[in-house]
Design a protein around this ligand. Structure first.
Ligand code: AMP
Length: 364
């Protein structure tokens, strides 16, 4: 079985690394010559609009998947005319537009922040009083890691918000959440599903820094609520593969914020903390194989290495620390790797995590 992946960043790299033990071969497509998945697998290097290159990429593949949410839908559709693309190009497109995403949640009966589409300054002027302040203006396309967003704290901020973000947008109510959670789930070709435990995510400057898995204090009721959200989204999209949904927790209520139709940073802990990693389960799903157990084996924390990496020997000297480097050149704000910290219990996890965070501080 040979699997093609659109996008060749760290997610593609970790997907490839999970595929080899299953006897699969992998080829990635990425416009960047130094795409880090290219270090571990075959790499077709061309722009996504290059149809001849896409056909060259497709030759000899059994199935195509993707690891980057901004892969142009047309590239996925062109390939889908020749071979199976999983998840479907429609699922890819659903997560590329915040309005489509919010409408998808709504049509599946899933609660979100109040929102309205906004296409002009005039729209924003009438939408903000309807939504109430504070509100968040978000561009519909291309925003990630908190980019393309502006918090409107009063009507006096409207013009500045429009100047900063503008274009096709949505405005939504600002949610006073207790914490941010996410659920990663997988759906197989025959409709079989697996759900990872909900995890807690901590961000700084819009970038994920830390994931605690399972989320501390996770109750069966909250897990069931998260699973029901993921189940409804996967069914609506007739989904195949791994999906991630970012959630806001307000008391015992979950609001859906964002959808990722791919493996997700908040699922990286599964490499060392779950019975089957999200990467392996994604490859199993798109290849039509049975899915693996998604339960957590032990408390795990995932720490992203952003902009700088501590010395390997120092990280590995912390008991229970598992280092995953992506082979990328250091640059400020760039995700270069992550450390999964595993432990037998919460107390031990906190001590080990503290040691790793200390190393990060020293390296930055
Ligand atoms: P997003 O790109 O939608 O994931 O937003 C990035 C981050 O901004 C989220 O992880 C939240 O911390 C914050 N955020 C986004 N939308 C809202 C909202 N409606 N209310 C409060 N915080 C938000």
């Amino acid at each position: 079985m040979k699997i093609g992946i659109l996008g060749g960043g760290q997610l593609g790299r970790m997907l490839a690394l999970a595929a080899y033990p299953l006897g699969m071969r992998v080829r990635v497509f990425d416009p960047a010559a130094d795409a880090c998945a290219g270090q571990v697998t075959e790499h077709v290097c061309a722009p996504f609009g290059d149809e001849a290159a896409l056909r060259r990429f497709a030759a000899g593949l059994d199935v195509v998947t993707f690891e980057w949410e901004n892969v142009p839908e047309e590239a996925a559709r062109l390939l889908a005319a020749e071979l199976p693309v999983r998840p479907s190009p429609a699922a890819l497109a659903a997560a590329q537009d915040r309005l489509a995403e919010k409408n998808l949640f709504r049509s599946a009966g899933i609660e979100t922040a109040r929102f309205l589409p906004v296409d002009s300054l005039g729209d924003l002027e009438s939408a903000v009083p309807a939504i109430g302040v504070p509100a968040v203006l978000k561009s519909r396309r291309g925003g990630y890691d908190g980019k393309g967003q502006y918090v409107v704290r009063s009507v006096a901020d409207i013009e500045a918000a429009w100047a900063a973000v503008g274009g096709a947008c949505i405005v939504e109510s600002f949610v006073e959440f207790e914490r941010e959670l996410s659920i990663v789930a997988a759906r197989g070709l025959g409709g079989e599903t697996r759900f990872y435990p909900l995890v807690e995510n901590r961000h700084r400057d819009g970038i994920l820094r830390l994931t605690l898995a399972p989320a501390p204090g996770l109750t069966p009721e909250l897990q069931a609520a998260g699973e029901s959200i993921a189940q409804r989204v996967m069914e609506t999209l007739e989904y195949t593969g791994v999906i991630a949904i970012e959630l806001f927790q307000c008391g015992d209520k979950l609001l859906a914020n964002e959808l990722a139709t791919r493996v997700h940073n908040s699922g990286h802990w599964t490499l060392d903390g779950a019975a089957t990693s999200q990467f392996e389960n994604h490859m199993r799903a798109v290849a039509g194989l049975p899915l693996g157990d998604a339960s957590a084996c032990r408390p795990t924390a995932m720490v992203n290495l952003i902009g700088a990496v501590p010395a390997t020997a120092k990280v590995l000297s912390v008991e229970g620390a598992h280092l995953h480097l992506y082979g990328k050149e250091p640059r400020p704000g760039r995700k270069l790797g992550h450390v999964n910290v595993t432990a037998a219990d919460e107390g031990q996890l906190q001590r080990r995590l503290k040691a790793v965070l200390q190393l990060l501080e020293e390296a930055s």
